[in-house]
Design a protein around this ligand. Structure first.
Ligand code: GRF
Length: 230
């Protein structure tokens, strides 16, 4: 799929709390995004996000990675379970598994992830502490398309917060998480309405390749009447 039609369905993949999932559920229930969550899939049976999905009447699946011999067998089972719902889009929301190239290729251009840093800074783990240790003035979060490269796919939208004197990884993480809850539903809606897609290794918005990620809130607030983003 390159340019999805208006209003699409998604499988949301989680491993834990699912607060980003909740933000997307809330936006969908309010009707402020054109996305229907077809299924929530977790690799952990005790993920709190599964309960959030059930509370909203969304089907859930658990594919426990410990039950599989290797990554390939797990990914194959995961894809089979997802494909039963035929979603247009996969939304990774705190899904703590690295996906194989074969899995990513199966859904090429159709997987989104949210990462708690201003990518390309700090792919991987412990992003908040790394930003503090490096005395960065700004930190934030990025929604991006998923490719083979860990946290390296084309970025769509970023939100940033100042790093404050005395911030700990926890205080910074909680401010960034609030921002994640704003930008993920926006990104999902941009995909769902066909305004954003992934082509030739870049993110395209309204028919143009982005030269930088959409900046939240600046580009979103200033887009009325002018076209969103860079
Ligand atoms: C978020 O910080 C997200 O950026 C990262 O994992 C965390 C998931 O949080 N990929 P939640 O499960 O959505 O609350």
């Amino acid at each position: 799929m390159t340019e999805p039609a208006k209003g699409i369905s998604a499988a949301v993949l989680i491993s834990g709390s699912g607060s980003n999932l909740q933000a997307i559920i809330d936006a969908a229930e309010r009707g402020s995004i054109a996305l229907k969550i077809a299924v929530v899939v977790s690799n952990r049976a005790d993920a709190r996000g599964l309960e959030r999905a059930r509370n909203s009447g969304i089907p859930t699946e658990c594919i426990d990675n410990d039950m599989f011999e290797d990554r390939q067998a797990f990914d194959w089972a995961l894809a089979r379970s997802i494909d039963a719902y035929a979603p247009d889009l996969l939304v990774l929301a705190g899904f703590m598994r690295i996906l194989s190239s074969e899995f990513v290729a199966h859904y090429a251009g159709r997987i989104l992830n949210i990462h708690p840093s201003l990518l390309p800074a700090y792919p991987g783990l412990h992003t908040h502490q790394r930003a503090i240790d490096n005395k960065d003035p700004w930190h934030g979060c990025t929604v991006h398309f998923v490719t083979d490269e860990l946290d390296g796919g084309p970025p769509i939208i970023q939100g940033r917060v100042p790093v404050r004197e005395g911030d700990t990884a926890e205080t910074l993480a909680s401010r960034v998480l609030k921002l994640e809850h704003k930008i993920y539903p926006i990104a999902a809606d941009l995909l769902a309405t066909g305004r954003v897609h992934c082509k030739n290794g870049s993110t395209w918005l309204d028919g143009k390749a982005l030269s930088r990620p959409i900046a939240y809130p600046h580009d979103i607030e200033s887009e009325r009447g002018q076209g969103c983003g860079p």
